[in-house]
Write a new protein. Structure first.
Length: 206
């Protein structure tokens, strides 16, 4: 299973240094999500990460930086997905570098853009958001995949998000998920690097 780490909304002390360590322990995909960051803040954050890892970083805003900094991808939330201005910028970004977030199976079925992968959430009760409880029936994934392939010959990678820790990974794997995205499990841990290594090991073992 693929493991994706999402950064916390507000930055922790020395966070880019921690992110470097996450990459060194084997993380292949990090979503840099900082709603309050302007473009210069994004640039400064990324420039404090070893350039060898820049192609593992997916940005959740200021998409014009994708080509400039040679990043790994861009990710759209529902608001950005609805913005014509954003799609103008995405014209210069290959479809295989674009992902998005959905909150129901029907949104994935109705989608026609060939995203590399999509998040669906919340699959379990959130660790980082109080009251954000599981709302996705994991057992529906198999039927959804068949529906998408029948209709379009394609189904994006399906990544479970929300309340995911090492104990939840087997349930996602058995339901047919392609991967998991984690936030609270890593950043609320006493040692985010050690927890990421543990999660990577658990995902690889499945």
């Amino acid at each position: 299973m693929q493991l994706i780490v999402i950064t916390p909304d507000t930055s922790l002390g020395l966070e880019p240094a921690l992110v470097n360590e996450l990459f060194k322990c084997g993380l292949n995909r990090l979503h840099l999500r900082k709603p309050a960051f302007d473009k210069d803040s994004y640039i400064n954050y990324i420039n404090n990460i070893d350039s060898a890892f820049h192609n593992r970083i997916v940005i959740c805003g200021h998409f014009e930086l994708y080509n400039k900094l040679k990043l790994g991808g861009v990710h759209l939330n529902a608001h950005l997905r609805a913005s014509p201005d954003v799609w103008d910028i995405l014209a210069d970004i290959p479809g295989y570098a674009v992902s998005t977030s959905f909150h129901s199976w029907i949104e994935i079925i109705e989608n026609t853009f060939p995203y590399k992968y999509v998040f669906i959430s919340p699959v379990f009760n959130s660790i980082s958001k109080v009251g954000y409880n599981a709302a996705i029936d994991l057992n529906e994934l198999s039927g959804l995949r068949n529906t998408c392939i029948t209709a379009r010959g394609y189904c994006p990678g399906i990544i479970g998000l929300g309340g995911v820790g090492s104990r939840e990974l087997p349930s996602l794997k058995s339901a047919g998920f392609d991967g998991a995205a984690v936030l609270g499990a890593v950043w609320q841990a006493k040692d985010p690097v050690a927890e990421t290594a543990r999660l990577l090991g658990a995902a690889k073992a499945l």
